[in-house]
Design a protein around this ligand. Structure first.
Ligand code: M6R
Length: 358
């Protein structure tokens, strides 16, 4: 059941600290310096990684790609329906990772089967034990989010991001066993459940959402590690509120979307105090010059927040952990806006939880 919540989506948002603890259990070694993923013992270190996924899982792939690239591992993400292993440089040293909560998404399965045929090594990153993806890939890594009922993917996205963080660290350790750069990252991953709990306990996302009930459109921007979360914030909002929303890497705004920005289009800006801060604040200033209200999702309410009309605060943490927390604020904005608009949150029109047609 919904354990007293009005919607499964709210229950699943609230379950994220526990889902992440389950995901991490036994996977970071005692001293907190290395990752242990026994499932991947037989996996050779790949020369390149390709992520294939759809929707929210595609956004997780974009995050995984950034994690790997910063560790010097070539990585690329594909919308699964656009992926064609025959047109790409793929061999047995290429690791193709299907990111799929259900493990049954037809587009993702088609891409993975093509990768298998082309001789790639395949890995399913999935929530569902013995799903098609788990059965048909060479390797499986479970995200351990627990059952997700709401059509909107919430806790599964958090668990995907955490699992990808572990995978990236594990692959980097294989590439360079002396690497200890990930120590802070792993420590902050272990603190992540508490960070998310503090957001769940103190979030003002409901009043922010209610300040923008009648907007023309909702825009989301973020850079680097936070760019995928901007896309995800927009997807979640459009999916459950039926309002127009778009997400962009912050620097892209001025290349077109800025023409749509008015007083009636709030801009949600995810701004880290530790990475590319001044560039993103520059983008915030651009939209404010067009009269748009700005909601900053930030770990630095004093410096960044002073540029914004509203602040959704997140704890200060490692730059690769921040997007996982920031996303929770955006989930709550979408949820409370949909609730105020009285939408059927758990079953949006035209959508299915598992898309098993091509
Ligand atoms: O089960 P999958 O992760 O393969 O599903 C992929 C998408 O259909 C899914 O993430 C979809 O975008 C979400 N329901 C959006 O909230």
């Amino acid at each position: 059941g919904k354990s007293g919540y009005d919607h499964y989506m709210r229950k699943e948002i609230t379950e994220q600290p526990r889902a992440i603890r389950d995901c991490l259990r036994g996977r970071i070694e005692e001293l907190g310096a290395t990752v242990s993923l026994p499932e991947l013992e037989e996996l050779e270190s790949p020369s390149a990684v390709q992520f294939v996924a759809c929707g929210t899982s595609y956004h997780a792939g974009l995050f995984g790609e950034r994690l790997l690239q910063r560790r010097g591992i070539p990585a690329q993400t594909f919308v699964a329906s656009e992926y064609d292993a025959d047109q790409l440089p793929v061999d047995e040293e290429t690791l193709v990772v299907g990111v799929t909560q259900s493990g049954e998404t037809a587009d993702t399965m088609r891409a993975l089967r093509g990768a298998n045929r082309a001789g790639a090594t395949t890995l399913a990153l999935t929530n569902v034990v013995a799903s098609s993806a788990a059965r048909e890939c060479d390797h499986v890594l479970y995200i351990r989010a627990g059952p997700e009922i709401s059509v909107a993917a919430t806790k599964s996205f958090a668990s995907q991001q955490v699992t990808l963080s572990l995978l990236a660290t594990a692959l980097a350790e294989t590439a360079d066993p002396s690497s200890s750069a990930s120590r802070e990252h792993l420590r902050e991953l272990r603190r992540l459940p508490d960070y998310i709990q503090s957001v769940l306990d103190d979030s003002n996302a409901r009043s922010v959402a209610e300040a923008f009930l009648e907007s023309d459109a909702y825009f989301f921007i973020g850079r680097g590690y936070n760019a995928p979360v901007a896309l995800e914030g927009a997807l979640k909002l459009k999916e459950i509120t039926y309002r127009h929303a778009e997400g962009f890497p912050a620097g892209e705004l001025k290349h077109g979307p800025l023409a749509l920005v008015t007083e009636a289009t709030p801009v949600f800006a995810v701004v880290s105090s530790r990475e590319k801060t001044s560039a993103t604040i520059g983008n915030v200033t651009e939209v404010q010059a067009r009269g748009a209200p700005v909601v900053a999702v930030t770990d630095s309410p004093e410096t960044v927040g002073s540029h914004a009309d509203f602040v959704l605060e997140v704890p200060e943490t490692h730059p690769a952990v921040m997007p996982i927390v920031a996303n929770v604020q955006l989930q709550l904005v979408a949820y409370w806006l949909a609730d105020a608009l009285d939408r059927p949150i758990d079953k949006p029109r035209n959508l299915a939880k598992s898309v098993t047609v091509l």
